[in-house]
Design a protein around this ligand. Sequence first.
Ligand code: ADP
Ligand code: MG
Length: 117
Amino acid sequence: MADHDLLNQVWTNIIGNSIKFSMDGGIINVSIKQDIKYVIVRISDTGIGISSEDQKRIFERFFKADRSHSRKYGGSGMGLAIVKQIISLHQGDIRVESEPGQGTTFFVTLPIITSIE
Ligand SMILES: Nc1ncnc2c1ncn2[C@@H]1O[C@H](COP(=O)(O)OP(=O)(O)O)[C@@H](O)[C@H]1O
Ligand SMILES: [Mg+2]
């Protein structure tokens, strides 16, 4: 069970970032895996990547990685902070793996909740 509009914001924010931080000809991959308790949505891109230092901060409000370049991409730095809030409202989790110059992968884990528990 989930809030349709809120989860819509999650996917549009993450995929929007993947598009924004990729070059022409980049590849974005979306896949979903499910077990008994969770669904895991994996969104990966072949874009600019995020340094390990910045990976720790991207879910903070108004945080934008790499100040010297961030102006050319625009945006408020609020997207992932909102994403994180929405996922935690759903008792889920979000995780990032990234390599500068190689690309970025986000893993969103959401519990499968059956009616009333
Ligand atoms: N797919 C991605 N590839 C590279 N950097 C990313 C990606 N997603 C997020 N980031 C980094 O995390 C920061 C925060 O993202 P977000 O909260 O959506 O803010 P915004 O998109 O407004 O800059 C971005 O400014 C960018 O530095
Ligand atoms: Mg964004």
